[in-house]
Design a binder for this molecule. Structure first.
Ligand code: 7TS
Length: 413
């Protein structure tokens, strides 16, 4: 790995050299990758870690006595330890490997939820949740006769504190909240929101899909009961993610999926279950993915998330300044606390047309509802164009976006 961050400024050029894909051309132009909220690119260290598993130690985990299985198990559990430190959890047993945020939320809704939520109970979410932090709760509430409550947001895209407080009550069993919105960029005051939820007697789940790539997260400092993240948004592989849960909650929760590795003993009459985290990891896990995620975390440790976050904050304010100067462009999401995402619409031009023309210039960004349809409804738009930044992006790429938008407006405006 060539990148080293010295002092207080990120060495972006060195970092870019660590990401092989960034040198490729798209439609005859250098790739300008601004779709990091959908997924980030992978450094060579992560690619090597996945490849290394398949080339050197490929085998199943927790079951073989042979050398390769022992090595694979050790690498898999080392990755779990890295995730534990990354999230500030107390114990490796509190780290459950899942496919990603979507699976993590579904696990909590189906396991904890089905055991603890009943008729008349309430689950509270915010109006800026990703569909993966809405639909699993909706399904649970429908099954159990519970009610889904939604904390509204203001015109800037911030949760309205008084409304949030008013919705918390003795019936609230759990509050599920996004740490950082993928479509607005809003960073929620989750520490305060968690504290308020606990005072009301509710548990909390934080969707950290976006947040963990841009800031240091400490689940014990936040005092959250559950925290979920996806590996692929934090420079790691796809198909691997993490559910953090407080040990005593996880121990009390029933298993969700049944199968190999999650049991202690099985007869046709009954089965007994393994301890956490294995109780929640039925079947052969994504071993290579977990090892790749461990490598991504090691890479981030070396770069320093604080430096990366500061660099991205600089890009966001520069992009905000540049895009604000474009006539007829409206930024959706203007929260005071905002990170790495800029969503916008341009009068009378469909976001998909903007995305297609920009793609022709080698600029990759996302257009659509970003799996947050209620956010689109709240702002009265069907879709937005979204540029989202990672630590390897540059001001020159923001300039390229502005030039590209100039062309779009010339052609379609
Ligand atoms: N929560 C948030 C805040 C997200 O941004 C996403 C993915 C998810 C949950 C789901 O994560 P997954 O890894 O389980 O799919 N967001 C996006 C996006 O903004 N564009 O593509 C995926």
């Amino acid at each position: 790995m060539s990148s080293v961050s010295e002092g207080t400024i990120l060495d972006v050029r060195a970092i870019r050299r660590d990401f092989p894909i960034l040198t490729r051309q798209v439609h005859g132009h250098p790739l300008v990758y601004l779709d990091n909220a959908a997924t980030t690119q992978k450094p060579q260290a992560v690619i090597d870690a996945e490849l290394g598993f398949y080339r050197e130690i490929c085998s199943n985990v927790h079951r073989g006595v042979h050398e390769l299985s022992g090595r694979a198990t050790e690498a898999f559990e080392t990755a779990r330890g890295r995730v534990r430190r990354f999230l500030g959890a107390a114990d490796d047993h509190e780290i459950i490997f899942v496919r990603g945020v979507t699976e993590g939320v579904n696990l909590v809704a189906q396991s904890w939820g089905r055991a603890n939520v009943g008729p008349g109970d309430e689950i509270l979410i915010t109006a800026m949740e990703h569909h993966s932090n809405i639909v699993p709760w909706q399904m649970l509430c429908q099954d159990k006769g519970a009610t889904l409550k939604v904390a509204p947001i203001n015109d800037a895209g911030e949760v309205i504190p008084e409304a949030y407080a008013a919705l918390l009550g003795p019936k609230t069993r759990l509050v599920a909240m996004v740490h950082q919105s993928n479509s607005l960029g809003t960073v929620n005051p989750v520490r305060k929101m968690i504290e308020m939820a606990h005072v009301a007697g509710a548990l909390t789940l934080v969707d950290g899909a976006q947040a963990v790539a841009h800031r240091n997260v400490d689940v014990r400092d936040l005092a959250t009961d559950f925290y979920v993240m996806s590996g692929h948004k934090v420079y790691g592989p796809t198909g691997i993610g993490v559910l953090y849960g407080r040990a005593e909650l996880l121990e009390a929760m029933p298993p969700w999926q049944g199968g190999g590795d999650m049991i202690l003993s099985v007869t046709f009459e009954r089965s007994t279950y393994n301890q956490v985290p294995f109780k929640f990891e039925a079947g052969t896990p994504n071993v290579a993915g977990a090892i790749g995620l461990g490598a991504a975390i090691a890479y981030l440790d070396q770069v320093g998330l604080e430096l990366a976050g500061a660099h991205e904050a600089g890009l966001l304010s520069y992009a905000t300044e540049v895009l604000t100067a474009i006539p007829d462009l409206r930024i959706i999401g203007t929260a005071r606390e905002k990170a790495s995402v800029i969503s916008f619409v341009v009068d009378d031009i469909h976001p998909h047309d903007i995305g297609t023309i920009l793609d022709g210039e080698g600029i990759a960004l996302r257009t659509g509802h970003h799996c947050t349809q209620p956010v689109m409804d709240r702002f009265g738009v069907a879709a937005t164009v979204r540029a989202s930044f990672a630590m390897y992006n540059t001001r020159e790429e923001v300039d390229a976006l502005a030039v590209g938008l100039g062309k779009v407006i010339e052609v379609l405006g």
